[in-house]
Structures are given as C-alpha cells and as structure tokens.
Design a protein around this ligand. Structure first.
Ligand code: ADP
Ligand code: MG
Length: 320
C-alpha cells in the first residue's frame, strides 16, 4: 500500500466538525458518545459487498452514498434522529481516486443529516463496506415492527419498484432511465418523515427486501394480516412505460427502494398526511391491517390479485 491505514484515515475520513454528542471522535481506541438525557440509542449496521449489494461497476461516490443511505433509512424506519457513524472498510488496494469518490458520496449524506463519523476500521481484502449508524429516539415513540393492529391503515412513501426496475435493466444490458438509476444508486432516506411519524404512526419498516416481503415482516412481528390494494401504490413515470404485470412485480417484490411503509390508526391519518406534505413526500394509502394472517392483494375494483410473475429474486439487490 502506498498510503498507510493512518494516512487513509487522516486524508479521507478524519474531518473537523462540531456535531453534538461527540465527546471523543476518531483517533482513540473507541469513540465516546453522549446521547441527550432520556433518549434511547437506536443502533443499526449494514454491510455492502461488491457484486452482491451493488453492481461491480457502480461508481465509488454512489457506493459511499448508499452505504450510509441504507443505514439512515433503518433509523428513519424507527423514527430516530441519526447522530454518529462508524465505518469498517475492506479494500482490495489503495486507489486514491476511488477513496476520494467514496468519501465524497459518504460525506454528502453525512453532512446533510448531521452525522459525525466517529471511528472505524480499515483492512485489506475483497471490497466490502460496513457502516454502523447510531441515533436517538424516545423509546416510547419509536416505530416498531410489532405495533400493527387490525383496523390500522397501511401507507407507503414514494414510488416503490424503481430501484428493482433499474437493476433489472442494468443486468440485462439495457439502457436505464436516469431517474430510475438515481433511485437505485442514490436512494433518498426518509429521515425527516420518519422522525415526524414517531409518536404518530404505529408500526414501520423501510422497504429494502420488497414491499410485500417487508409488510410481511410487520405482520409477523405484530401477529396479524393485511389487505393490500396493488393499484393504490404510486407508480413512477419510469414504471408506467412497463407492462402492467412487470410494473406490479417491481412494485410488490423489488427491493432496495428505501421507502417507508407504516401503519397508523384511523384517527392519526390526517396527521400522517400533514407530515408527508410538510416533507413534500408522495404518500399512498395502500391497505388495511386485518386479524387473519397473510396478505390478500386486491385490485381497485376489489377483485383478488395474484401476481402473474413470481420470484423476482433476480430483480433484487439482496440484503442478506
Ligand atoms: P485500533 O487498532 O484500536 O482498532 P485503528 O488503528 O484501527 O485502531 O484505527 C485508529 C483510529 O482510526 C480509531 O479511532 C478508529 O476508530 C479510526 N478509524 C479506522 N479506520 C477508520 C475508517 N475507515 N473511518 C473512520 N475512522 C477510522
Ligand atoms: Mg482497528
């Protein structure tokens, strides 16, 4: 390596900042962090492996961006305020251009959401990036997966399916609309909206595995079922050009969208819409929680819907 581990940290990752809660940042054996009084720490970690969680040819800035974005999305889905990150980087070699791009993408988001990078680890090996993100939330208002109850309304933000559509086209060697590619490489974590939902919505999850799979995670944790109107899911312009069944497969089974899916009691629905409007975020009400287990998909006219195309695994950037 031309640059030592310490050179890399100093040049690319150690930055002056004045962010709250950081009693001691990068440079010691551990960071010292101080959450606000009475708040719980919300802690999440995600690893991105080249070729598995992002296509090999992805530019470094998008990788840096996405490594933090997926963690911000997890905290958003808890209703937490992000605060501090650690970064474990495994690099095949020291490529200064790559590191410059990676740091640029990472700090673009870190700066926007006031996240301090407070530590990490740097090793040599096949490219892999692990970001741990810590935030804070009032535990009484956190958005947990086990809080759904029959009668609650189900919502999803944005236009699910875009990332899956982009990935499928990339993998097929077809041209990809810029707007769809942005949704794959630069997902917008719904941080402000997630925080606005804390204490208002009931259960929440971020859509990383696919909308139906992620709704099922809420249902499993909450021991109930749901009816979902597949026509109520907002469809982006990019998806509108597709065959209806293919578009639905992307929306229902495609992953990697990092939208928020959540439930809310009927008397909170107005507040939910006001919060979405304040965040200028498209929001769709797509179904209702029911006591019977399982997800029953229907169309606008109430007729049952069984996806004609199943097993869109190859559409997904898998997160396992
Ligand atoms: P240790 O040997 O105690 O694990 P390291 O030599 O790995 O310490 O790291 C030195 C300091 O630099 C530590 O404070 C560590 O948290 C930080 N650090 C290491 N790698 C990174 C990185 N990729 N990004 C941010 N901080 C890092
Ligand atoms: Mg170390």
């Amino acid at each position: 390596m031309s640059l030592s581990e310490f050179d890399i940290i100093r040049r690319f990752f150690r930055r002056e900042h004045n962010l709250p809660g950081v009693t001691l940042g990068i440079g010691d054996d551990a960071a010292l962090l101080t959450p606000a009084t009475g708040m719980s720490l919300a802690v999440t970690v995600d690893t991105l492996v080249a070729g598995r969680h992002f296509p090999e040819q992805t530019d470094a800035a998008s990788i840096g961006y996405k490594a933090l974005a997926v963690n911000l999305s997890d905290l958003a889905a808890m209703g937490a305020q992000p605060g501090w990150a650690t970064l474990a980087l495994t690099l095949p070699d020291v490529n200064e251009d790559w590191l410059t791009g990676f740091a640029e993408g990472f700090f673009q988001l870190a700066d926007r959401f006031n996240v301090a990078l407070v530590g990490g680890d740097t090793t040599r090996g096949p490219l892999s990036i692990t970001v741990q993100l810590l935030g804070q939330v009032d535990a009484a208002h956190a958005l947990r997966r086990d809080a759904a109850k029959p009668g609650q309304h189900i919502f999803v933000t944005g236009t699910p399916g875009d990332a899956a559509c982009a990935l499928q086209r990339l993998q097929a060697g077809e041209p990809v609309m810029e707007a769809l590619l942005t949704r794959l490489n630069r997902p917008e974590p719904r941080v402000a909206f997630g925080q606005a939902l804390a204490g208002v919505a009931a259960a929440a999850i971020d859509v990383s595995d696919g909308l139906l799979a992620d709704i099922q995670h809420i249902l499993d944790a909450s021991h109930c079922g749901a009816q979902v109107n597949v026509d109520a899911i907002t469809r982006s312009r990019g998806l509108q050009t597709l065959d209806d069944e293919v578009a639905l497969a992307c929306q229902l089974n495609g992953g990697d969208d990092y939208e928020l899916c959540f439930t809310a009691d009927a008397d909170c629905v107005e507040q939910v819409y006001r919060a979405a409007e304040a965040c200028a975020l498209p929001l769709a009400e797509i179904g209702i929680i029911e006591p019977q287990p399982g997800i029953r998909c229907v169309r606008d006219d109430g007729s049952p819907y069984t996806p004609a195309i199943e097993g869109f695994d190859h559409f997904r950037v898998r997160n396992d």
